[in-house]
Design a binder for this molecule. Structure first.
Ligand SMILES: Nc1ncnc2c1ncn2[C@@H]1O[C@H](COP(=O)(O)OP(=O)(O)OP(=O)(O)O)[C@@H](O)[C@H]1O
Length: 261
């Protein structure tokens, strides 16, 4: 579904900054792949290149074989800051339906897609409410519904649960896993939370410090049915989170400042 080959990006300007360097990986359809890396390593830059929001300085991104040169129509993004990504003057249903209005879909189909996506995230009863009448977790569920309503080939998520409390985070993680499995969505999710990357992912890509490069591509050998308590207590989970933590802490991964010059 997604193929990233030799991707590098350097921000231009007086203090030009190499943000990602020589990244190559692919994601199969129907998989949930997590990217974990230290703060400021270049995770958002990588997602922006994949989303076609910025043009990589080197390398290519292909979505089902086609090179990404602008924002692909069948791609959706969920950001961390739900409060800035939802329109406060539109109802929950209005927010979910909004991107569908730029397609050729009939009104009836838009309505049915909206209802379906709201059902997936358990918000059918809140369709007439406004974002400011909802909790943070519910607002992020609206963002997820909006992304899923267009049935994207690829869903990109940039720290989607970083702004909610721990309990809500667990609920949203379980919701994402359920929806992703039930609908076979392909998801690439960026997080700085090691436990979250292992709990959610079929695979975890571990990035180095800035400029980001891939230091490990780990298969998460956990059952597809996961549970916030028993899975996190399991030997495989504990082993993997330790492995990711060690990779992230390894001082040898720290790039020397000259590499940013
Ligand atoms: N528009 C920009 N212009 C110049 N440099 C930038 C720009 N955006 C990001 N950078 C730099 O590129 C590097 C990677 O930033 P990026 O936001 O991709 O990292 P990140 O891993 O997503 O960070 P965080 O963990 O804080 O979300 C940083 O050094 C940052 O200062």
């Amino acid at each position: 579904m997604l193929e990233v080959a030799g991707l590098s990006h350097r921000y231009a300007g007086r203090e030009s900054q190499l943000a990602v360097t020589d990244l190559s990986f692919s994601v199969d359809a129907g998989r949930l792949v997590c990217i974990v890396g230290p703060s400021g390593c270049g995770k958002s830059t990588l997602l922006r290149c994949i989303a076609g929001l910025i043009r990589a300085t080197e390398g290519t991104v292909r979505l089902h074989g086609d090179e990404v040169t602008g924002v692909p129509a069948d791609l959706a993004v969920v950001f961390q800051d739900y409060s800035r990504s939802l329109f406060p003057w539109l109802s929950v249903a209005g927010n979910v339906e909004f991107p569908l209005k730029s397609t050729r879909m009939s009104r009836a189909e838009r309505r049915s897609r909206t209802d379906e996506a709201l059902e997936w995230v358990g918000l059918s009863g809140a369709r007439r409410k406004y974002p400011w009448q909802l909790s943070g977790g519910m607002q992020q569920r609206v963002s997820i519904a909006r992304a899923l309503a267009s049935r994207p080939a690829l869903l990109l998520m940039d720290e989607p649960f970083a702004s909610v409390d721990a309990q809500t985070r667990f609920e949203l993680e379980d919701l994402l896993r359920r929806v992703q499995r039930e609908h076979g969505s392909t998801v690439l999710l960026v997080t700085h939370d090691i436990d979250e990357s292992v709990y959610l992912g079929d695979r975890v890509l571990v990035l180095s410090k800035s400029p980001a490069s891939i230091v490990a591509d780990l298969t998460v050998d956990l059952p597809s049915e996961r549970d916030q308590i028993t899975t996190r207590e399991s030997g495989e989970f504990v082993k993997l989170r330790g492995e990711v933590a060690r990779l992230l802490q390894n001082r040898e991964l720290a790039h020397s400042p000259e590499r940013n010059a």
